[in-house]
Design a protein around this ligand. Structure first.
Ligand code: KG4
Ligand code: ZN
Length: 361
């Protein structure tokens, strides 16, 4: 155990944000964000309706130095004050990961500062502990542009996956629906806004895998159903699009609630001494207030306490990477300079591949 106060620089380049942040963790597990710089590439990818890996990698290279400098300036610190450099080593886009990891290795070597390779999913999973004192184990619904999983977070580095998507991630489905409706990118926040003005019961979209008897998800059939509905309804009025968004989101929420309820039951069986489990939602889609409110309305019925990080810490950022690094460092998990990027890096390596799972599972 490292019982000192730790000041950690975190670097994130796994997708379309170049981010660096400095976070402090005291020995009692309390966290403070000293700086949190995000250079978003959204404008560069917008016209393609999704992230273009080559453009992403080039953009990371051109801004990473300034993003890191700004994180030190904002925190009014120098490299002499930094105890460890944490960097996302996977999963994500290989080109971007290489930019972040190579930069972090160079800084670590030049300054003699320990290096910690962080799993991007672990960074999402632990973010809540930067904000609140949540003890292990807790149940995690991880919903982002690349992943949809339910996991038990037993400790730093110890995860048990209960369910995963067998095809698309939920954020990806939001992005695709937005693209089909020409609403813009990233689709999640736009679809959520449009959904507020629509009728969620207007179209009965499928609830994929709701009767599958397991805790896995599937969103590709739902996306196809949305595409068919759009084709059928052309030319679409603004209100048609709002109804589609609202009915799509209703289907997503039904499936999430169904799988979460099953996961809570399983969590309680595995942890009989915990009377009121903590349930955490994390990842970009966790910033969706409609999803959060729908789950929160059921938290008393389910006998759980629901937590979600503030919006800016749900989508990708450097503070979550710095914090995961600090949590790992506090348990003496340090890497050496030979670590490599891992574009695929499951949190629970023991979990069996779900049937139908693509590379993202
Ligand atoms: O965690 P994140 O920033 O990046 C990944 O690790 O994937 O998540 C980005 C994803 C995108 O698919 C975006 O559309 C989705 O999160 N997202 C949302 C909302 N805000 C972001 N999805 C639904 N509702 C939102 N309000
Ligand atoms: Zn993410």
């Amino acid at each position: 155990m490292n019982n000192n106060t730790l000041t950690v620089l975190g670097i994130e380049t796994s997708c379309d944000e170049t981010a660096a942040a400095i976070v402090r963790r005291t020995s009692d597990g309390q966290g403070t964000i000293l700086s949190n710089i995000i250079n978003s590439q959204i404008e560069k990818h917008k016209k393609y309706g999704g992230v273009v890996p080559e453009i992403a990698a080039r953009s990371h290279i051109s801004v990473i130095e300034n993003v890191i400098k700004s994180s030190l300036n904002d925190a009014k610190l120098s490299f002499n004050d930094i105890n460890a450099i944490a960097v996302t080593a996977g999963p994500g886009l290989k080109g971007g990961l290489l930019v972040g990891l190579t930069t972090a290795k160079a800084l670590s070597m030049a300054r003699g500062i320990p290096l910690i390779g962080v799993n991007h999913l672990e960074a999402h999973a632990l973010t809540i502990r930067l904000i609140k004192k949540i003890e292990f184990p807790y149940l995690l619904l991880l919903v982002s542009g690349g992943h949809t999983q339910i996991l038990i977070v037993n400790d730093v580095g110890k995860y048990e996956r209960l369910g995963t998507t067998i095809d698309d991630a939920v954020g990806e489905a939001y992005d695709k629906v937005a693209k089909l409706l020409n609403l813009g990118y990233p689709g999640g926040p736009i679809v959520e806004e449009q959904a507020k003005k629509g009728d969620s019961k207007k179209i009965k979209f499928p609830r994929p895998l709701i009767y599958s008897g397991d805790l896995n998800f599937s969103f590709s059939g739902l996306k196809t159903a949305v595409r068919r509905e759009i084709e059928k309804s052309i030319p679409l009025t603004k209100h048609d699009a709002e109804n589609i968004c609202s009915s799509f989101q209703d289907a997503v929420i039904s499936v999430i609630i169904n799988k979460l309820e099953g996961s809570i039951k399983l969590f309680k069986i595995k942890n009989p001494k915990i009377t009121k489990p903590d349930v955490v939602i994390a990842g970009g889609v966790a910033s969706n207030k409609t999803i959060y409110n729908s789950i929160n309305n059921l938290s008393t019925k389910f006998g759980v306490t629901l937590h979600v990080p503030p919006q800016g810490l749900c989508t990708d950022n450097g503070a979550m990477v710095a914090w995961a690094g600090a949590e790992r460092f506090s348990k003496n998990h340090i890497d050496n300079l030979s670590i490599e990027v891992k574009p695929r890096w499951p949190l629970d390596p023991e979990a069996k591949a779900a049937i139908g799972a693509g590379v993202k599972a």
